[in-house]
Design a protein around this ligand. Structure first.
Ligand code: DCP
Length: 682
């Protein structure tokens, strides 16, 4: 029996529960079971809360509150603080915890690391295999001991306005729903049944989560469904320490009351625009629009995507990714913290470089890979607007002094202050350094490249072969899966997921839209004098209220110069502050990496992600926003040229008409594209 469209796969999202809190609780077991929160930078009103235990959530403590306010709400609240290093938050203990969890999960399936505490996996193949095992479902009701089935029993309504159930009632409802689900499964165990496959997947996920808790002490929740969107959505339905199976038959009812903003990829401006343009609030309301209407309003690609999405269909594959694509660190300088002197910029470049060096060395040691590119991004504040710039250059080693020097070389052209340039203008409100384009080093040399390209590894037992032939890092060879319970040492698993990019050339940036002052010749650059690497000198700025994460906007991210221009690649500087590095370079043994290639004008220094639609180059972390940019353009075009869709509901039609009426159009049309890049209010 062919599976219904969109129900072919079993996809899981595993998400750690109040992750940073759990890490702190593991480090300090006295915090366990207590209302507890993790704060960042404690000095201003008790710091900003970034993670909250479920006990504290029950008492009204929320992420984003100041520590002092949270203490007022919840007097017994325990506050743990994120460690700091180099004048900024140091997340290494959370990254370490994340790596421990990933190591466990990757024994069961090929995983896609979605964030520090979220992992996707496609379990289709292994679930299919398990279905063939005799007696699989006999113990299901016991084995699925933390599984909730959304929409079951069928007559139970999910009423978000109803008072929350007690833990006892929740457990009763869970069991009842699970039993009803199991009773509804086809008796003949037709192996093509999507529902049976989901159930087999849920059994696997129970095992995966139990292994994570047994081996790391961390608890997690999970969502099991047919695609990434539904998996992500369902994961959040019964947190903490529960997993939720979301069958396709329950999607319509769930979507009828589900705000559009809660769906993956619709949480920001895109979802806001869909709501505003179509005057809809819930996902289910989108079903009232025909595919042609959605095409008309959003273009064929986005329109088709929305048409499928509101029916629970999504076809994005799980892409094998074990390690982060880049290793980066950033710091914001809001308000009075903004950097206005070159020395401040250099100071922070070195702080960031020092952290980056530590993390790159650790990554090299643990994962056997070496970064080949350095990307620098900075946000400048000009006339109350922020503009972002970014540049890349080749990178041969993680030495902090050298990283800082290269970063400085790359960004100097952004300084428009008059000579002698002790000052920096416009003020810097965000700095970010990131290393990427990783090359396998130790693993490749130890095992030979053929294994990696063919996947013919003796370490891949095959039982859990990846269902999806994902491609990673631009490599053209399919990735083989990992067998469940196969042993993988840290540092060898990387071979399955990351391939050495072959001769990746730097795409040339598009013509510059924002002109920058010409880079002065290298002779006119002020000598670079970084403080010594372990300088105890505190940053010359006090702590102020927390700032949002760097949010560079693609529309404001022109390259810093034309690649073919003589000003593109500032020449390597021979500067007194580099003596430390030079000594090291002179002492380099033959086995050590060569020095960084010079940033000579003839070298391509931009290595950015090229947009297929417009050819514009952006940094990888700006890709998503860049897509929003195109969406915004599409919207503007559709507003100005196309007839409205005709949704059935009269009020809806009226609202859409109003939105498109000439008098009203100016309102939407008058928004600049910048509007689309502003963060949605929380
Ligand atoms: N985090 C952060 N700043 C944010 C959001 C999150 O520092 N604005 C950190 C702290 C979180 C971790 O990332 O513990 C994971 O974020 P999640 O959004 O997954 O939230 P939690 O794991 O804390 O809670 P939940 O159980 O709701 O997933």
């Amino acid at each position: 029996m062919p599976l219904d469209r969109g129900k072919e796969r079993v996809v899981v999202l595993v998400d750690m529960d109040c992750f940073y809190v759990q890490v702190e609780q593991k480090a300090n077991p006295e915090l366990k079971g207590k209302p507890c929160a993790v704060v960042q930078y404690k000095t201003w009103q008790g710091g900003g809360i970034v993670a909250v235990s479920y006990e504290a959530r029950a008492q009204g403590v929320k992420r984003g509150m100041r520590g002092m306010e949270a203490m007022r709400r919840c007097p017994g609240l325990q506050l743990a603080q994120i460690p700091e290093a180099h004048g900024k938050a140091n997340l290494s203990r959370y990254r370490q915890a994340s790596a421990e969890v990933l190591a466990v999960l990757s024994r069961f399936a090929v995983i896609e690391r979605a964030s520090i505490d979220e992992v996707y996996a496609d379990l289709t193949a292994e679930a299919g295999r398990r279905l063939k095992q005799p007696g699989l479902l006999q113990q299901a009701v016991t084995l699925l001991g933390s599984t909730c089935v959304e929409g079951f029993p069928r007559d139970r309504d999910r009423d978000s306005r109803a008072p929350p159930l007690s833990a006892l009632h929740r457990e009763e409802a869970r069991r009842e729903g699970l039993q009803a689900w199991l009773d509804s499964l086809p008796a003949d165990r037709d192996q093509g049944s999507p529902e049976l496959l989901l159930t087999a997947g849920a059994l696997m996920v129970e095992e995966m989560r139990a292994a994570v808790e047994a081996e790391t002490g961390y608890r997690c929740s999970a969502g099991i469904s047919h695609n990434k969107v539904l998996a992500k959505l369902s994961c959040g339905l019964n947190k903490p320490n529960r997993q939720t199976l979301l069958p396709m038959e329950s999607v319509d009812r769930l979507f009828d009351t589900l705000p559009i903003s809660t769906i993956r990829n619709l949480g920001g401006k895109l979802g806001e625009s869909v709501s505003q343009l179509l005057q809809v609030h819930n996902m289910g309301q989108l079903r009232a629009f025909s595919q042609a209407q959605l095409h008309t309003s959003f273009g064929v690609k986005t329109g088709s995507w929305l048409f499928d999405l509101c029916r629970g269909l999504d076809f994005e594959p799980v892409r094998p990714r074990y390690f982060p694509k880049s290793i980066g660190c950033s710091k914001n300088f809001m308000g009075k913290e903004a950097l206005t002197m070159c020395e401040q910029v250099k100071h922070w470049l070195l702080q960031l470089s020092t952290e980056l060096e530590e993390r790159l060395l650790q990554d090299q040691q643990q994962n056997g890979r070496t970064a080949r590119q350095l990307a620098v991004a900075l946000r400048l504040e000009e006339e109350r607007q922020s503009r972002s710039f970014s540049r890349c250059c080749p990178l041969a080693g993680p030495d902090a002094q050298r990283l800082a020097q290269r970063a400085w070389t790359l960004i100097q052209a952004c300084n428009t202050a008059q000579p002698p340039q002790a000052a920096w203008s416009p003020p810097v409100i965000g700095l970010s350094l990131s290393a990427r384009d990783f090359l396998e080093t130790s693993v490749v040399s130890a095992r030979g490249i053929t294994d990696f390209l063919t996947g013919s590894s003796s370490q891949s037992p095959g039982a859990g072969a990846a269902p999806n032939p994902g491609r990673v890092g631009g490599a053209q060879s399919p990735v083989r899966g990992l067998g469940p319970f196969g042993a993988h040492r840290a540092g060898t698993i990387t071979s399955f997921f990351v391939h050495a990019p072959t001769n990746k050339t730097c795409p040339s940036p598009d013509p510059v839209t924002h002109t920058l002052p010409a880079q002065p010749s290298s002779l006119s650059i002020a000598p670079l004098t970084f403080p010594p690497p372990l300088s105890p000198t505190p940053p010359p700025v006090p702590e102020t209220p927390p700032s949002p994460a760097p949010h560079p906007s693609p529309s404001h991210t022109p390259p810093l110069g034309r690649r073919d221009s003589e000003h593109t690649g500032p020449a390597e500087m021979d500067l007194p502050g580099l003596s430390f590095f030079k000594r090291k370079a002179l002492a380099r043994s033959p086995g050590q990496p060569p020095p960084d290639p010079p940033l000579s004008p003839s070298l391509p220094t931009e290595v950015l992600v090229r947009c297929a639609r417009c050819g514009e180059s952006t940094l990888p972390w700006q890709e998503a926003e860049h897509k929003d940019f195109h969406f915004a353009l599409d919207l503007q075009r559709s507003l100005s040229t196309l007839p409205p869709p005709s949704p059935p509901a009269r009020t809806k039609q009226k609202a859409v008409d109003q939105l498109r009426a000439p008098g009203k159009r100016a309102r939407t049309g008058s928004k600049t594209l910048d509007w689309y890049f502003q963060k949605a209010p929380p």
